[in-house]
Ligand binder design. Structure first.
Ligand code: UD1
Length: 353
């Protein structure tokens, strides 16, 4: 069996790494294609290295652009490659533009497309990722899901039960494997107690007035406890555009995007994480760290129903209230969702075999 894996953006790498490992020796030949959606070393190369992934066989080098440009560019660069390689299956991960672009190319070349992390739905079609998720799941099979809610979403959309396999969360496989190692990557000069913040969704950072409100709110938190904010390049660009004097001083610290292991080391020691990322909602649930998600919805409801995640919406005052509660020792307790056990990729490999 010849397998081609497609990765492109930061959250893809932690999902593909365990599947590649689990298929080693089982699949005849594995090819790794990087679309180049993310290209800065600290958004891509460092992750491949730390996750112990093979160097990509091909990098399509598409870079940034509008959604249409980026998606189209990935498609037109990937098609000749797949025509040449003709893999037996194409595996796509998550919900980024690279996921949908590659799935479309594979499906039209009649190459079976496998989707890892299928079925998640925020029911918010203003999110580009929701469009990517919905469309990819229509043309991929099997659909490997991380949680029961994802199966239910797919069934509701009329997808045949035989296409759906609940395997658990592959990103947690990576976390379980690398958690012990992360200790050695703890950034220096850490405050003893801190809140860890990440923010990069267009809905939170692209509108200047809104971003400014978030920065002020984090400034307020930093008067009570240190705030560490590793910043996505998109967010940094938006913050710079606001002009000088907007970044709170004192115990508020802006950092560059962090490598996987350093971020994990920070995450597991945080008093609280405030985020709009999908993956971080899952990681904090696994680690038992309180998480406030500054979005109106989540495609990962199991992290709220079972885990430590609380949706606070895009209202800074609500985030401040919940932060106060958590710092006062009234954090919500959670449990780890079923099958988030470090063996999801093994189940995928067994199913594919
Ligand atoms: C993408 C994903 C998002 C995911 C996020 C994780 C889509 C639609 N979105 O969002 O789901 O949560 O990755 O990081 O696929 N940039 C750089 N260097 C890079 C990459 C990006 O400077 O290596 C800057 C560019 O200015 C670019 C902007 O970030 O225009 C946005 O990058 P893009 O890949 O379009 O989307 P993300 O916001 O990263």
């Amino acid at each position: 069996m010849r397998v081609t894996h497609i990765v492109g953006a930061r959250p893809n790498f932690m999902k593909a790494a365990p599947v590649i490992r689990a298929l080693a020796g089982k699949a005849g030949r594995q090819t790794l294609v990087h679309t180049g959606q993310h290209y800065d070393s600290n958004m891509s190369e460092v992750f491949l290295e730390q996750l112990g992934m093979p160097a990509p066989d091909v990098n399509l080098g598409v870079g940034s652009g509008s959604h249409a440009q980026q998606t189209a560019e990935i498609m037109s660069r990937l098609e000749p490659l797949l025509l040449d390689h003709r893999p037996d299956i194409l595996i796509v991960y998550g919900d980024v533009n690279s996921t949908l672009a590659a799935a479309l190319v594979g499906a039209k070349l009649l190459i079976p497309v496998v989707h890892v992390e299928a079925g998640l739905r925020s029911f918010d079609r203003a999110m580009p990722e929701e469009i990517n998720r919905l469309l990819t799941d229509q043309i991929a099979e099997p659909l490997f899901t991380p949680s029961r809610d994802a199966d239910e979403n797919l069934l509701r959309e009329g997808i045949a039960p035989r296409k759906i396999r609940l395997v658990g969360n592959v990103m947690i496989d990576t976390l379980v494997r690398l958690l012990p190692e992360s200790d050695r990557h703890l950034p220096a000069d850490l405050p003893e107690k801190y809140v860890l913040v990440t923010l990069h969704r267009p809905a939170n950072v692209d509108e200047p007035g809104f971003l400014l409100r978030w920065l002020r709110a984090f400034g307020e938190v930093s008067r009570r406890i240190a705030v560490l904010f590793p910043m996505h390049p998109r967010t940094r660009r938006c913050v710079l555009a606001l002009g000088p004097g907007v970044v709170p001083n004192g115990t508020f610290r802006l950092l560059d995007p962090l490598p996987y292991l350093s971020f994990l080391a920070l995450e597991r020691r945080a008093a609280l994480v405030v985020t709009d990322s999908g993956g971080i909602q899952e990681e904090t649930t696994f680690l038992g760290i309180p998480c406030l998600t500054v979005r109106e919805n989540t495609e990962r409801p199991v992290t709220v129903a079972l885990g430590t995640n609380t949706l606070v919406g895009r209202e800074p005052s609500r985030m401040l209230e919940e932060t106060e509660k958590i710092l006062a020792g009234r954090a919500k307790q959670g449990e780890i969702p079923p099958l988030w056990d470090g063996h999801a990729a093994g189940r995928i490999a067994a199913a594919l075999a």
